[in-house]
Design a protein around this ligand. Structure first.
Ligand SMILES: [Zn+2]
Length: 290
């Protein structure tokens, strides 16, 4: 009997050693992974999709924050000092005002601009400093360009994973192409080609599908009385029924104007992680709220 107990104990001890070893191994593997910073969550979506979890990617602008005004927190320096690459989205104000600081925190950090090759739109309103509209992630075509830069960089960093990266990348491109077709189909039956928003985040989306956005926000600020009148005139002219808002921007201003102009307030999520869903949901919201 004693012998049996002894053997059972021996087996249990042996198993727990194996278990601890495998945990240590996976912790090690996590620690070995390259750390990659991006500015906003939609970029993390692209990196995660292509890397298939082979890198650790994090967004500098946390969920719910406005990349127009968010400032780097001291606590983020630790992550940045351990990161190898930083994928910029190009022109958002967060980058324009923090990029020096970021490169000072980690002098070895490779900063790669994923907006290279994008056909930028000159901003109607300077809401993010600079004269170019920064919201390039809300276009499947521009997402494809960004994905290509991310894919090439990851292939260079993970040469042993090339095959896996390639198939992930091809899948992503196919998904973006079919999303583009789906959105085209949804918007085909749209009668009014003009839509109303608080913050002008949808210029690239509008360009892709022959639409026009009219923003209530002016130059990153609440509208003046004069502009408000012009806005309400446009609402009447286009017989608009809704104004689209996003949680990162002041909600009280659009609520008041919406009441005055007889508009329903509908929320869109241009900064959420699943950027494909942002684009598809926007198209559906336009059709549903015509
Ligand atoms: Zn913006």
């Amino acid at each position: 009997m004693k012998k049996i107990i002894f053997f059972v104990l021996l087996i249990l001890i042996f198993n727990s050693f194996i278990f601890a070893h495998s945990i240590m191994k996976s912790v090690d593997k996590q620690a070995e992974k390259i750390k990659i910073a991006v500015t906003i969550l939609p970029q993390k979506y692209l990196v995660d999709k292509i890397s298939g979890g082979e890198v650790i990617c994090y967004a500098l602008v946390p969920p719910g924050y406005n990349p127009g005004t968010f400032r780097l927190k001291p606590s983020q320096a630790i992550d940045l000092s351990k990161s190898k690459i930083y994928f910029r989205i190009g022109k958002v104000a967060f980058e324009l005002s923090n990029i020096k600081k970021i490169s000072q925190i980690n002098k070895n950090l490779e900063i790669i601009d994923t907006s290279l090759g994008v056909n930028f739109i000159v901003a109607q309103e300077k809401c993010h400093q600079g004269h170019l509209d920064p919201h390039i992630w809300l276009s499947t075509k521009s997402l494809e360009l960004q994905a290509k830069i991310i894919y090439k960089t990851l292939c260079r960093e993970l040469p042993l994973k090339k095959e896996e990266l390639k198939s992930n990348y091809i899948n992503l491109i196919n998904e973006l192409k079919s999303l583009n077709q789906d959105v085209q189909k949804i918007l085909k039956s749209l009668k009014s080609r003009t839509f109303f928003v608080y913050h002008p985040a949808w210029a690239y989306f509008a360009r892709d599908y022959g639409l026009k956005q009219i923003a209530l926000e002016k130059g990153g600020k609440k509208p003046s009385v004069g502009y408000l009148k012009e806005f309400i005139d446009n609402v009447k002219k286009y017989k608009a029924k809704v104004i689209f808002v996003q949680r990162e921007f002041a909600q009280s201003s659009p609520q008041t104007v919406a009441k005055e102009a007889g508009l329903k307030v509908v929320s869109l999520s241009p900064l959420q992680y699943d950027v494909k869903d942002s684009i598809l949901s926007a198209a559906k919201a336009l059709l549903e709220n015509e």
